[in-house]
Ligand binder design. Structure first.
Ligand code: ADP
Ligand code: ASP
Ligand code: MG
Length: 439
């Protein structure tokens, strides 16, 4: 079996959906197709939710109506037969009636998650209707019946495996399954999600659960590029990456992949392929156990980073000091990305300010605490890069005009990370493109 995931732009227009239908029926391999919401929908749902949480029902209603008009136009272009068009319109009505009912209910976090789930529910149902119109035999698998996260928001791979294999066994006469990316149930059984960009995560979890032959992530670009194509002009696709390299790139900001979507596939050794829906013949990127080659492969940037420096000549060398510092972050469920130490100070970075005040308050008894926000981690990722000749020299001569505030080197054989003030991000990525890749 294989898994094919199509992102928002790949299903964002009726003609793209028509193309997706061709891609998934090309060979006879049993396939689970994972779909995102149409591009722009989740952003629109977030805005509707925001208006509701602020008590602005008029604004929420306007946004709901605008989105509904978009979907009415979409189904008219997607579906051509009278019967399926009527069913398509009924699907749109059902989901927008739900959003209009929500307008009258008092806002809660659980309701927010219900709102956010509407995008994937609609895209899969409408796509299924198009397949029906085309006479393509298939089954819609409701993700809410098998995809789940626990109380710590971690996917429960064991139970996902059990529930999914039961569903597949019950429908063993089918070869083509369509399901929703992103959405799941949480520990309380409520509708929840795998965070923004989470459809990649769904695909990888399904691929691991069924030991798929391959997990294909179809998007709007021909694979993982050596640098962020939204920021740097000349970037090139990378043919092969190891799971570790891809995981580092995803975690450190390469938007093409959800930050934690590699581990399930890696755990079951399922190859991941990044492919372009708009250019299906392009080779794309293959992600497997093997790195393919040694050296720097790509750079990526992660914004919204906060650096915290704890200075204490008295405490730092005392054993147990670092443990006490880490315990503060653990207590507030805040993970540390980068860390450096000197004799008198320890600096760490975090990517969430949710508990910043509490963390700083609890660190203050240990020494002087400095906080620097609006930072960006720029990661240089590759295979055994630390062993690659000249890499440090090339790296530091490339960024000599950038005020680098922290460096992390040696922690992983796949990564060197620099911390730079956010306003230097674009410049740093451009300079590295020239200095490391000659582009
Ligand atoms: P989808 O909707 O298919 O999930 P995303 O927008 O989430 O697609 O991811 C694809 C986008 O990721 C590309 O259009 C590209 O702009 C962006 N991107 C950022 N960094 C990279 C990179 N290193 N390689 C490829 N794409 C990247
Ligand atoms: N629709 C969701 C989002 O926009 C999930 C995804 O596209 O992967 O974040
Ligand atoms: Mg995405």
């Amino acid at each position: 079996m294989k898994v094919m995931k199509f992102g928002g732009t790949s299903v964002g227009k009726p003609e793209r959906m028509h193309q997706v239908a061709q891609l998934i029926t090309k060979d006879n391999e049993p396939t689970i197709v994972v779909l995102s919401a149409l591009s722009g929908t989740t952003n629109a749902l977030v805005e509707i939710s925001n208006s509701l949480s602020q008590g602005d029902r008029v604004a929420a209603k306007q946004k709901i109506d605008k989105l509904e008009a978009h979907y009415r136009g979409f189904v008219t272009d997607l579906l051509k037969k009278e019967a399926t068009l009527a069913k398509g319109n009924a699907i749109v009505s059902e989901h927008f009636e739900f959003l209009n009912i929500i307008l009258r209910i008092s806002f809660s976090e659980a309701l927010n998650k219900d709102i956010l789930a509407q995008g994937e529910l609609m895209s899969t149902k409408l796509f299924s209707m198009y397949l029906e119109e085309q006479g393509v035999d298939h089954l819609l698998l409701p993700a809410l019946e098998f995809m789940s996260i626990d109380a710590n928001e971690e996917p429960q791979l064991g139970s996902i495996k059990i529930r999914l294999s039961q569903l597949l066994q019950q429908n063993s006469d089918k070869k083509l399954f369509i399901t929703q990316g992103y959405i799941c149930r949480n520990g309380k059984g409520e509708v929840d999600n795998l965070k923004r960009g989470g459809s990649d995560y769904t695909a990888s979890l399904i691929a691991a659960a069924i030991h798929a032959k391959v997990c294909e992530i179809w998007t709007d670009i021909d694979g993982m590029h050596n640098n962020d194509p939204r920021i740097v002009d000349k970037t090139v696709a990378i043919k092969q990456l190891s799971f570790d390299e891809a995981a580092e790139l995803a975690y450190f900001g390469a938007k093409i992949l959800h930050p934690t979507c590699i581990w399930p596939a890696q755990q079951e050794n399922v190859p991941v392929k990044l492919l372009n829906t708009m250019e299906p013949e392009a080779a794309g990127t293959t992600i497997t156990k093997e790195a393919g080659s040694v050296g720097v492969k790509a750079v990526a940037a992660k914004d919204g980073i906060i650096a915290i420096k704890i200075k204490s000549s008295r405490m730092l060398l005392a054993y147990g000091f670092l443990r006490k510092v880490f315990e503060v972050f653990e207590k507030y469920h805040t993970s540390i990305d980068m860390i450096t130490t000197s004799e008198v100070a320890v600096s760490v970075t975090i990517d969430s300010d949710m508990f910043l005040l509490q963390i700083v308050r609890e660190l203050e008894p240990f020494g002087t605490v400095d906080v620097e926000d609006k930072q960006t981690i720029v990661s240089i990722v590759g295979n055994e890069i630390a062993k690659t000749e000249d890499v440090l020299q090339k790296l530091f001569s490339a960024v000599k005009e950038v005020p680098v505030t922290m460096v992390s080197y040696g922690g992983s054989p796949h990564n060197i990370s620099l911390l730079v003030p956010n306003e230097y991000k674009t410049k740093t990525l451009q300079l590295l493109n020239k200095g490391l890749f000659g582009l």
